[in-house]
Design a protein around this ligand. Structure first.
Ligand code: S3P
Length: 183
């Protein structure tokens, strides 16, 4: 039996939203997606918010959305990739549940997102830009996470099984506790 909420963190395109839905389905937990909460809160999509109000405004709303989840139970929470940029978010999320870092290589992220136009921070960016941005966030994900799971080349169901293995103490495959892990 799972004792904790599951909080999914990681770079854009690492599979947090798909995994969140999948894990919610198989655990019976409620599914929360921070970007969806922000969109409902503001009545605007993420690209609209970045374009009309700027990133700082989005980050303020993101902090509010994280704070609004304090006290939820039996929940899977999918976070936006930049949630770890604010220490207050990490503190709140760590109070909320176990943080699982979904890891993906820059090339994987590029391939997964190249057809999507809803990530303002990746507009016109290639694999090298993604690698540079990921490098600036790597240590934040690493220090925030309780666990890390590699997602490259794996179907959602396999990553989901890895996560549940970790959280219930039956870990195997390419999963490991986060301390000091690298891509
Ligand atoms: C962001 C990630 C996005 C979204 C916004 C900013 C980031 O969420 O919150 O575009 O800074 O990494 P996903 O990680 O779900 O794409």
């Amino acid at each position: 039996m799972l004792q904790h909420n599951i909080v999914l963190i990681g770079f854009m395109g690492s599979g947090k939203t798909s995994l969140g839905r999948h894990l919610a389905k198989i655990t019976g937990f409620d599914c929360y997606d921070l970007d969806d909460i922000i969109q409902r809160m503001t009545g605007q999509t993420v690209p609209e918010l970045f374009a009309s109000r700027g990133e700082a405004y989005f980050r303020d709303r993101e902090r509010e959305a994280v704070a609004s989840l304090q006290g939820v139970e039996r929940a899977v929470i999918s976070c936006g990739g930049g949630v770890v940029l604010a220490k207050a978010n990490v503190d709140n999320l760590r109070r909320c549940g176990k943080l699982v870092w979904l890891k993906a290589k820059p090339q994987t992220i590029y391939e997964r997102l190249r057809q999507h136009s809803d990530r303002p921070l990746l507009k016109g960016k290639g694999p090298e830009d993604i690698a540079a941005m990921l490098a600036t966030r790597q240590s934040l994900y690493d220090s925030a996470a309780d666990y890390a799971v590699v997602t490259d080349g794996k179907p959602v169901a396999a990553v989901g099984a890895d996560i549940l293995g970790l959280l219930t103490g039956r870990a195997g495959g390419e999963t490991y506790q986060a301390a000091g892990c690298s891509l």
